[in-house]
Structure formats: C-alpha cells, structure tokens
Design a protein. Structure first.
Length: 187
C-alpha cells in the first residue's frame, strides 16, 4: 500500500512540475515572440507608410534578417526565435524535418477545422524545448506580398522574385495558415 501511495505521489508531483514548467516555457516564448514580432512589425509599418509596398519589400529583403539577428542576440542565453513555413520565401525559413512535421500537423488541423492552440510546446530533450506559435494571414496588407496575382503588388513582387526566384510564400488568402514562430529554449 505504501508503495502505491509513493508512486501516486510521485506521479502527481511530476504532473504539477510539468504543468509549471510548461507554463514557464510558454511565458518565456511569448515574451521572446512579442519582442521579435514587435521589432519586425514596427519596421515593416514604418517602411510601408514611408514608401509603400516596394519600400516595405525592400526592407524585408535587405534588413529584416539583420533585425532578427540583433533581437536574437538580446535574449538571455539559451533562447532563440525564428520564423518557419512549409511555403517559405527565404531558404533560412525552411523548417527542419521535425519542425515540418509540426507545421504539417497544424495545417491538417486547420484543414479539418480543429481548434489551433495559441502555442505548442515540444520537449526536444531533458532541458530543451521548442515552442511554436502559429502565424495566420489575418490582415489584407500581408497579401500585398504573399497573395495571388490579383492581390500582390507587381513592383514589390519584382524585387522579391529577383532575390528569391524559388519563392513559395505566395497565393495565400486572408485567414490562411502561413507558418510559425519557433522559440528554442535550452535551460
């Protein structure tokens, strides 16, 4: 009887610890994503306002990676953020095999109209986690560069196609699943 009580106590304790760890991991990831997303979004808005879609596309092509690198260097040791997509534009946004499986599962859930969690935590190893935050095309402005021929800005897309001739990040419609932010956390 004592043995069962100890085992049950250990299991309950591990569950509570896991829930706490999961909550902490999500909070760390949320903070990192907000910092990265906020930096990229504010620069994109500034460029769109200053010079329209062509200037905004130029910013993405020439400066967004540098801003992402700078923001990543500001995180505490063991935390990094990147964007990934099954339909990537920049080859650096190509997911790993494991990341692609997560993206495909999210896409399958979207296709079958399942509820998509705001964040998905995957434990990679004992002290390593990947947290996925799905990205959806929620604003029509995104279609200026990621939409179909009718919605894309032709001048901006000329710049994009010149740099990324194998661009896959097009033909989206409002509401489509675009990809994810992935936060890697190593404790």
């Amino acid at each position: 009887m004592k043995k069962r009580v100890v085992i049950v106590t250990l299991l309950v304790g591990a569950t509570l610890l896991n829930a706490t760890t999961n909550k902490e991991i999500k909070q760390e990831a949320k903070s990192a994503i907000m910092k990265m997303g906020g930096a990229l979004k504010s620069h994109m808005k500034q460029n769109m306002k200053a010079g329209g879609p062509t200037q905004a596309a130029g910013f993405c092509l020439e400066e967004a990676a540098g801003i992402a690198k700078k923001v990543n260097s500001s995180y505490p040791k063991g935390i990094s953020v990147k964007r990934i997509s099954l339909k990537y534009r920049n080859p650096t946004d190509k997911p790993t095999v494991d990341e692609a499986k997560v993206l495909q599962q999210i896409q399958n859930d979207v296709n079958t109209q399942k509820t998509i969690p705001k964040m998905i935590v995957k434990q990679v190893s004992k002290n390593s986690y990947k947290v996925y935050k799905p990205i959806f095309i929620n604003k029509g402005i995104c279609l200026t560069c990621h939409g179909d021929v009718q919605t894309r800005d032709p001048e901006a897309y000329k710049l994009i196609k010149a740099k990324y001739p194998n661009d896959k990040a097009v033909n989206y419609k409002k509401g489509d699943f675009r990809g994810a932010f992935v936060v890697t956390i190593v404790k």
